[in-house]
Design a protein around this ligand. Structure first.
Ligand SMILES: Nc1ncnc2c1ncn2[C@@H]1O[C@H](COP(=O)(O)OP(=O)(O)OP(=O)(O)O)[C@@H](O)[C@H]1O
Length: 255
């Protein structure tokens, strides 16, 4: 099957520092694909470039063969690629449902104010329906009216995924979704991700929790110092001498 996402010679420079240096990899449709590497390897920068947060200094990013690099985030989202952030609750003061409604407007109507105030009745009802379906999918249906900031940590993370899912993406980029989770929350989140993948959404995930990454991903890309270091199935990556060396030689150790 042709890849849904292609990163082709991506380069990101910040002044004199090259954070990502000619990185190429592709993500097959319908899989959970991991992007790993020691601290400072360039993973978050890569995510920011793919999702339209940064304009690449060089290279090209393609979604289903169409160039998306250089497009703004809302346009990238409209085309079907949505990301979550490391600290993913969008609006702590809004209710769970209102947060999910904002997710639907990432692609259907980029006007946040209209999203929250709901100037147009039919569109608002439709957005609420999509938002409710997303909350239901992630097991948050009973908490629609709670303030997002009051949710337990694991539920806040699930809400971050529901907000992304409400946008109706073909591929989601998850940035360290297991940070701060206890083992039980991690397991619950892994089940949600598999459910998301099984619903037809491709997942690209940056994560330091090696146990979770190895258990979840069909394929893993490992980068180091901005470059591709190794790529393969979890077992190949776990046993790859360059990967072991990169982790042991750096400040971060694989669990
Ligand atoms: N906006 C920026 N301006 C300048 N340098 C940056 C910027 N963003 C990232 N960098 C640098 O680029 C390099 C890659 O950083 P990045 O955050 O992408 O790595 P990472 O693999 O996500 O690390 P971590 O696992 O610690 O989150 C680092 O040296 C970092 O200091």
């Amino acid at each position: 099957m042709s890849p849904i996402l292609e990163v082709d010679g991506l380069t990101m420079r910040f002044g004199g520092l090259t954070a990502v240096d000619g990185l190429s990899f592709s993500v097959a449709e319908g899989v959970i694909h991991g992007l790993i590497g020691p601290n400072g390897a360039g993973k978050t920068t890569t995510f920011n470039a793919i999702s339209g947060f940064y304009r690449p200094s060089g290279g090209e990013i393609r979604l289903r063969g169409q160039v998306i690099s250089g497009q703004p985030m809302h346009e990238v989202a409209r085309r079907g690629l949505v990301r979550t952030f490391q600290h993913s609750t969008l609006f702590a003061e809004l209710t769970v449902l209102e947060n999910a409604v904002v997710g639907t407007h990432m692609v259907h109507r980029p006007n946040l104010l209209a999203a929250v105030t709901g100037s147009d009745r039919a569109a608002r009802a439709e957005a609420r329906e999509r938002a409710r379906a997303a909350l239901d999918f992630f097991g948050l249906a009973g908490q629609e009216n709670e303030r997002a900031g009051d949710l337990a940590h694991g539920h806040q993370r699930a809400l971050g995924m529901a907000v992304a899912y409400a946008a109706g993406p073909q591929i989601v980029l998850l940035d360290e979704p297991f940070t701060g989770m206890n083992p039980e929350e991690t397991r619950a989140m892994m089940v949600l991700m598999e459910k998301l993948r099984d619903s037809g959404v491709t997942i690209l995930i940056v994560e330091h929790d090696m146990h979770a990454i190895m258990g979840l991903c069909e394929r893993i890309t490992c980068m180091s110092f901005g470059k591709l270091l190794a790529e393969g199935a979890p077992r190949e990556i776990r046993e790859h001498p360059d990967v072991i060396e990169a982790y042991l030689g750096g400040t971060h150790h694989a669990a």
